[in-house]
Design a protein around this ligand. Sequence first.
Ligand code: ADP
Length: 462
Amino acid sequence: MPFTTIRARLTFWYTSLLTLSFLVLGGTGYGLLSYTLSQESDAALRGVAQTLAERVGGGAETFIPAEIDEVFRRFFGFSPLEHYFQRFLPESSSSRGGKLPLSEQALKNASRGIPTFETLEGLGPYPARVLTWPVVKAGRVSGVLQVGMSRENLDKTLRRFLWIMAGIFPVALILAGGGGWVLARKALRPVDRMTETARRISAEHLDRQVRESGAGDELDRLARTLNEMLGRLNVAFQEARQFSADASHELQTPLTVLKGEIEVGLRSPRRPEEYQAILRSALEETDRIARLVEGLLLLSRSDAGVLRMDRRPVDLKNLIEGVIHQVKPLAESHSVKLQTRSVELAQIQGDPDHLRRLLLNLVDNGIKYTQPGGSVEIFLRRDEKFAILQVSDTGIGIPEEDQETVFRRFYRTAAARARGESGVGLGLAIARSIVEAHGGRIEVRSAVGKGSHFTIFLPLST
Ligand code: ADP
């Protein structure tokens, strides 16, 4: 298809369909008209023949032309000068009164009492329609009548019809083609506008919107869908920007501390213990940076869908015991009681390192955000499909309005910041990524001042 625009294609198809319909309708009209006129003309010829045959049957020997004219006029509404009439008598094979040829077939039919219609050429400028009619007298064929009529009027009428069609067709085609072009342009104008807006949209201008007409039609729905998509892209871009700004900020703090410590160490010669203290502190900062970078890496891999998962059967009871063992010193230093409750056996398919990290993050939070004397408990149960792991604490709790936001990257509640606990706000975001990578989900229930319950659903291995 050589057309590059929808508008041209629509116009092309529109006019093509119109041409086709015109040809089909015109052809059918022509056929019907021709058929009806022929039928009418044949019926009139039959009427003429019948009437004249009755006269012969009644004994008339001759016909005066005025009489014939009168009969033609009765059936055709006019009497053409060039009408045809002739009569054969069985005694003489010659005809009387006319110039019509009598074909063998027509004669044969007539002798058996059957009328015959023929269209004959060469009798005048137009073909003639001739009816050969048997004259029956006292039950037997006593002669033959032929009546005919030039097809001049009929052919002229048909030709006129063709001329009218030929005149109307190009005009209708031009009007339809032009109308189609204008309509297609009008209908597609919103698309042009959308294209123009889309061309102007870039990462910096994702807040721009495609204009909606409000008509509620397909193009309006397309514009709305585009705007929704732009809205989502805008949010995603802003989040990505915010994420890199937050990540840089979080990395900057320990790096500044590290730099400061090294500078202090280099400023003047020191005793070995002092160097050791400086190096220990530097190591802490380096650990912090390493943890941060590791977390960021995990999140971006998870975003890109390339988080490495070393899947194998994991016994969650064992995993819990390992984590408890690991965080026990931290719990003791915070004077928080750490215990497990109703731990059932549950095995899932998963990455043990990621799962350990997930549980560590939750238990670590539980300890960090619980006052001395409080407790952190781990439950493990199972239902038909899931292993359900719950980490509950009796800590500071999370306000209702923050309960969804705490899973966002770098988000920390005001209370958590005020406590001065270490943390950058990536733990829960990482936990959620790990849970989702295992095909599970994480939920939180919490009441300020009473404690929090984080529940994880992980699909059981089948
Ligand atoms: P971090 O602990 O490093 O700040 P997280 O992503 O683990 O980051 O947690 C995000 C925030 O959610 C925390 O800063 C804190 O405000 C809140 N939070 C998480 N766990 C708890 C908890 N067990 N009790 C109260 N608040 C919590």
